[in-house]
Design a protein around this ligand. Structure first.
Ligand code: SF4
Length: 386
């Protein structure tokens, strides 16, 4: 990625490149752009147009794999205001999925810059976001608490704390990894919708109705009731961990690498067809149809169509994916309480749970020894970089 010149790290240039940083309101004031002005002023139409483009691009391409050409030609002020307008637009969509896809796209755009920017820029952005990054030689040092906060949702196994070098309460990483960690922090911050005044929401519903409708139509929708080969299958027979993984995706939340693999492999083994498995991932904030299909095929065609065996309970537990104690955040009260089947000493595998709950006519538990190694390296709808 060709970088625009290094921004003035104390001034407005920084906010044009990183418009989500605390303090960016100062630039809005400098540009004399209150929310009302941003919504109405004819001279800001180009910024609004760019804001619409940012939103639509994220719906189609949440990985921001294709650079948004218009951004490269816009002024610093237009880039900044277009970001603010996009955020307001997303607040008016009324559903969380577009917001989460946009958060992925904008955080990746920031990552594209941060990984090549001078280290001072990386440190400035980190510190403005409240993470006390430092340097030690060529490496970036991150306080342990910050590292855990940023790295926990990242799916790659090599971000786990056990693989890091720790010294004096700090984790040492290379620049690229520091940028990746910040990307995660930015994604989480931007996943939260901007609270909108009902009047503003109503105005946008009128003036941007076409755009909002297009966003809703083009955003992949999570599918809650999958179809199965050979007829319907009672999803209530799924073990708590699998039910939780499906809920996570249906709510548009990120699911870990290990969770994605476990869910796809489990659905395949209980008889879901590839189409159904792809559908289960449509709610992921980084859902990409092509990549998901490719990865589902990889999982389900393994071993002449037998597919990978989903990980056993001990492996899921080590990845923090076992919820046998109950999930306090679940909307259904039955999911909030401890599941007694899961506590049977003989229960070692989610497929055994499924067999117990669904009866003897259901598909058999995995043939051969369960694969306890975790994931095969590719999981549905994941970024190849992740
Ligand atoms: S005990 Fe096994 S089947 Fe039950 S929630 Fe945990 S991992 Fe899933």
């Amino acid at each position: 990625m060709a970088l625009r010149g290094a921004p003035d790290l104390s001034g407005t240039g920084l906010y044009a490149e990183y418009p989500f940083l605390p303090g960016a309101e100062a630039l809005a004031e400098e540009l004399a752009a209150s929310l009302r002005v941003l919504l109405e002023d004819p001279s800001l139409e180009r910024a609004r147009e760019l804001g619409r483009a940012r939103v639509l691009a994220s719906v189609e391409d949440p990985r921001a794999s294709v650079a948004l050409e218009e951004l490269a030609h816009a002024s610093a002020g237009e880039r900044f205001l277009s970001f603010q307008y996009a955020r307001v637009l997303l607040g008016a969509t009324g559903t969380p999925a577009p917001q989460r896809r946009w958060a992925v796209a904008e955080s990746k755009r920031a990552w594209g810059r941060l990984k090549e920017a001078p280290v001072e820029e990386l440190l400035t952005v980190a510190r403005r976001l409240g993470h006390d990054f430092g340097t030690e030689g060529d490496e970036v040092t991150i306080p342990l608490v910050d590292y855990l906060r940023l790295a926990t949702p990242i799916r790659e196994g090599d971000f786990r704390l056990g693989h890091q070098r720790l010294a004096q309460g700090h984790v040492r990483v290379d620049r690229a990894r520091g940028a990746r960690l910040l990307e995660e922090g930015i994604r989480r911050q931007l996943s939260v919708p901007l609270p909108l005044d009902p009047e503003v929401r109503q105005r946008l519903a009128e003036t941007e109705s076409e755009l909002l409708e297009e966003v809703r139509r083009r955003t992949p929708a999570p599918v809650a009731r999958p179809r199965f080969r050979g007829g319907a299958l009672a999803a209530a027979a799924f073990p708590p961990c699998i039910r939780k993984m499906r809920r996570t995706l249906e709510e548009g939340e990120n699911l870990s690498h290990a969770g994605r693999f476990a869910l796809a492999a489990f659905l395949h083994r209980v008889g879901a067809d590839p189409e159904t498995i792809v559908d289960a991932f449509r709610g992921a904030p980084d859902f990409d149809e092509g990549i998901t299909r490719y990865q589902v095929e990889h999982i389900t065609r393994h071993d002449e169509g037998q597919g990978y065996t989903p990980p056993e309970c001990a492996t899921l537990r080590s990845h923090g994916l076992c919820v046998r104690e109950g999930d306090p955040t679940a909307p259904d009260p039955t999911d909030r309480v401890r599941d007694e089947i899961c506590f049977r000493p003989s229960l070692t595998h989610p497929l055994e749970y499924y067999r117990i709950r669904s009866g003897p006519s259901r598909p058999a538990a995995p043939g051969g020894a369960p694969d306890t190694s975790g994931a095969p390296g590719r999981t549905p709808s994941t970024d190849r970089r992740r």
